[in-house]
Design a protein around this ligand. Structure first.
Ligand code: SF4
Length: 356
């Protein structure tokens, strides 16, 4: 029995069949799930997916929403360029395709936020197209099953993996095969503790036969993760906090966050504090790190309590936002976590006041 046949039979018996985006040909739901699942595990995605579907039941509703609302609903899921592309893609589907997703993987791959593997997954599950996927999990399975050396992110290795993935495609049951690859990578052939005795590919797996499961796929050649530092000013006026809208591009693009300074020199922070108004107190809070894909950000927060706020002049859009209504704001996860500690326990708060 070839690899595809083994995988299909295993998926039908042991794979996942009841995820909220399965058992449908609705390309909107399938597309939404595939975008959310990029770099993110199923268990994390499920509640976000359900909230999105409840608020935006179809592509027209999503296209008509404000970017602010889309970002707020995405807040906490990370990789925020996905949310901006999701919104742009929905608008393009409505204007260019009358709200109907194309079934051709090449056309899908031309839309914002949809790469080659994601376009294939959408086309497979929504239209039964015969197309190959190759996400991180699938790369791991193929590297192990075929004993492929080299870092899979390297161009030549990736090209070889795409060729392998294309060659393996079965003539029928493409949905079960594709889902099987996803399920196997997520639940059996996992990165650190693969369950080889339960694997349908064990009899033909080269990594298993040669004792190389732990070393495949080969890791990215190691580079020291750089660390950047930023001082964040948590400026409080009673139960309101000052938030600035971040530029569209760059980290946390389009989200709302705290005013920042590059230095954490106390004299510089105290001097800066006076720009926000009459300061009642100004004190450092414990610093902490947040990991991004390519660097770590060391965040040194300072708490500034104001007696009276000043009229601020800044290039950035800003709001005084009620701490009681943090859930409404599209905040980066570490900023949300930091602000949670200052949330008032009781009392309904008034609507946020837009400062400019
Ligand atoms: S036998 Fe083990 S290493 Fe090989 S594909 Fe299966 S789970 Fe992965």
């Amino acid at each position: 029995m070839d690899l595809a046949a083994r995988l299909i039979r295993w998926q039908q018996r042991h794979g996942r069949h009841d995820l909220p985006w399965q058992n449908t040909r609705d390309a909107y739901r399938i597309w939404l799930s595939e975008i959310m699942l990029q770099q993110t595990q199923v268990a994390t995605v499920i509640p976000y997916f359900q909230r999105f579907i409840e608020r935006f039941p179809d592509v027209f509703a999503l296209a008509a929403a404000s970017q602010h609302e889309v970002m707020a609903l995405w807040s906490g899921l990370g990789y925020y360029s996905r949310a901006r592309n999701l919104h742009r893609c929905a608008q393009q589907i409505v204007t260019d395709y009358h709200g109907i997703f194309p079934s051709d993987p090449a056309l899908l791959a031309s839309l914002p936020g949809i790469g080659r593997s994601t376009s294939a997954a959408i086309a497979v599950f929504s239209a039964g197209a015969r197309a190959a996927i190759l996400d991180g999990n699938v790369k791991r399975v193929l590297c192990r099953a075929f004993g492929i050396d080299g870092y899979p992110g390297e161009k030549t290795i990736e090209t070889a993996l795409w060729q392998r993935a294309e060659t393996l495609l079965p003539k029928k049951n493409i949905e079960a095969y594709t889902q099987g690859l996803m399920d196997l990578g997520a639940t059996v052939c996992t990165r650190s503790k693969p369950d080889c005795p339960a694997c349908p590919l064990a009899a033909q797996c080269i990594a298993l036969a040669t004792g190389r499961v732990a070393e495949l796929p080969q890791r990215k050649p190691r580079k020291e993760t750089p660390e950047k530092q930023v001082t964040m000013l948590l400026v409080l006026d009673n139960h309101q906090v000052l938030l600035l809208r971040r530029p569209e591009y760059g980290i946390w693009g389009g989200l709302w966050s705290l005013p920042e300074m590059e230095t954490d020199d106390p004299a510089a922070v105290e001097q800066m504090a006076t720009a926000f108004g009459q300061v009642a107190s100004c004190q450092p809070l414990p610093s902490f790190s947040h990991a991004f894909t390519h660097f770590r950000l060391r965040i040194s927060p300072w708490l500034l309590r104001l007696e009276r706020r000043a009229t601020l002049a800044t290039q950035q859009e800003m709001v005084w936002h009620d701490l009681a209504r943090l859930d409404d704001a599209p905040l980066p996860a570490p900023v949300r976590k930091l602000l949670q500690e200052f949330k008032p326990d009781r009392g309904a708060a008034p609507a946020p006041a837009r400062a400019r």
